[in-house]
Design a protein around this ligand. Structure first.
Ligand SMILES: *Cc1c(COP(=O)(O)O)cnc(C)c1O
Length: 390
């Protein structure tokens, strides 16, 4: 164990205390009305794809985020797929996305028979670099009457997907400005950023449409689930229609007007979600306090930084991350922390390197993504870790 790894282990132990059992990165927590609401679904028989909790979860999400419409889905990937469809992504299009993201971002693009086109991130946000994107588009694309055309592939670039990494908002003003100037639609993969704000406004309300996730490891969970957010009523209605098998509402007849999807969230999952949302502000506050403790504990360790929000951001700090200057130290730190039962893991493998996307177009200069890929480590971040030690 190197000196840095041992200092890091001491810092994490100081914040979290010694642990008997494995401490995951993020554990779900059910200390509110979860049992009561789920029991209510069972008692009333409303467990499946229609029910009062689905409507309530959608209303609660609108109230919480400020989005005008929310459509609950079976998972975040399905929500993102639906978001891209209603944003107008078509077969043969290219969709700009950061190469540093979870694979679902690229998968959802592929489900539309479109090609992801990978670009670099910014070190200060871990999200899409708007300035670099603008310069890159100037190099490779033409703005035409039929949209933005990639001069190298001849394909239409349909939209830009940004992702708010570990809950940290990208620089949305800069990105919205670039998208507006190019006439490109912005879609937010806000899967990780429920509870995060950019200049006081909730993530997921800046793009034409956004997707959030309620998977078991996200800040609030419905077991599995997700939601689409938008301010556009037409798009919200279309997403709801397509995700309910495109069935034309009728008391007894089954008529479907296009190929639809079975993507709606079941009521029993929404019940869990309603109870979880009631606790979201508390979770965010505890996560932010936990990060503050990590920042203090790591302050004196050379060559290691706890990733902190940009000045314009209020992050939910879904997953805490440390960045080590020297990439040769990363694996030693990962082994040391995991060996001491503090779960830790590196950043995702960059998407352009994964087999299914190896032929996809990408920016030549992905230097910041590559830097982060080899140096970032996520460390335990459950809200109760702060509460138990506060
Ligand atoms: C979790 C996640 C998703 C997908 O959500 P699921 O609910 O797991 O399908 C999409 N994008 C990102 C960045 C995620 O972290």
């Amino acid at each position: 164990m190197s000196r840095t790894a041992s200092q890091i282990l001491d810092a994490v132990t100081g914040v979290l205390g010694p642990v008997e059992s494995f401490t995951p990165l993020h554990e779900p927590e059910f200390s509110g009305n979860e049992s009561a609401y789920v029991q209510d679904c069972i008692d009333t028989g409303w467990v499946s794809s229609v029910g009062a909790y689905v409507d309530r979860l959608e209303a609660d999400l609108c109230a919480y985020t400020g989005a005008h419409h929310a459509v609950a889905m079976v998972n975040g990937t399905a929500a993102l797929h639906m978001a891209l469809i209603v944003a107008g992504v078509k077969t043969g299009d290219e969709v700009i996305a950061p190469t540093l993201s979870f694979v679902a971002t690229a998968n959802a693009i592929a489900y539309c028979h479109a090609t992801p086109h990978f670009v670099d991130i910014e070190a200060s946000t871990l999200g899409l670099d708007a300035t670099k994107l603008d310069a890159y588009l100037t190099d490779i694309a033409d703005k035409t009457d039929v949209g933005v055309i990639n001069k190298q592939t001849g394909k239409r670039i349909a939209c830009v997907v940004c992702m708010h990494t570990f809950g940290h908002p990208v620089d949305l003003d800069a990105l919205v400005d670039v998208c507006d100037r190019w006439g490109l639609i912005l879609v937010e993969d806000a899967a990780e950023s429920l509870g995060s704000k950019y200049k006081g406004k909730h993530c997921g309300t800046f793009g034409r449409v956004a997707a959030i996730s309620f998977n078991g490891d996200k800040i609030v969970t419905t077991g599995g689930g997700g939601a689409l957010l938008t301010n556009n009523e037409t798009l919200a209605k279309r997403a709801k229609h397509l995700s309910t098998t495109a069935k034309i509402p009728h008391p007894f007849q089954y008529v479907h007007d296009e190929v639809g999807y079975n993507y709606r969230m079941p009521n029993i999952n929404a019940a869990l979600g309603c109870a979880q949302l009631e606790q979201l502000d508390g979770f965010v506050a505890e996560k932010r306090n936990l990060t503050q403790r990590y920042v203090e504990a790591f302050a004196d360790i050379d060559g290691v930084t706890v990733f902190s929000e940009a000045s314009f951001a209020s992050s939910n700090y879904w997953l805490n991350a440390i960045v080590v200057d020297d990439d040769s130290q990363r694996d030693d730190i990962l082994e040391t922390l995991n060996g001491a039962k503090y779960m830790s893991r590196p950043a995702w493998t960059l998407l352009h390197k994964l087999a299914p996307f190896s032929g996809a177009p990408c920016m030549n200069d992905l230097s910041v993504s590559k830097y982060i890929e080899t140096r970032l480590i996520n460390i335990p971040s459950s809200p109760k870790l702060y509460r138990n030690r506060a």
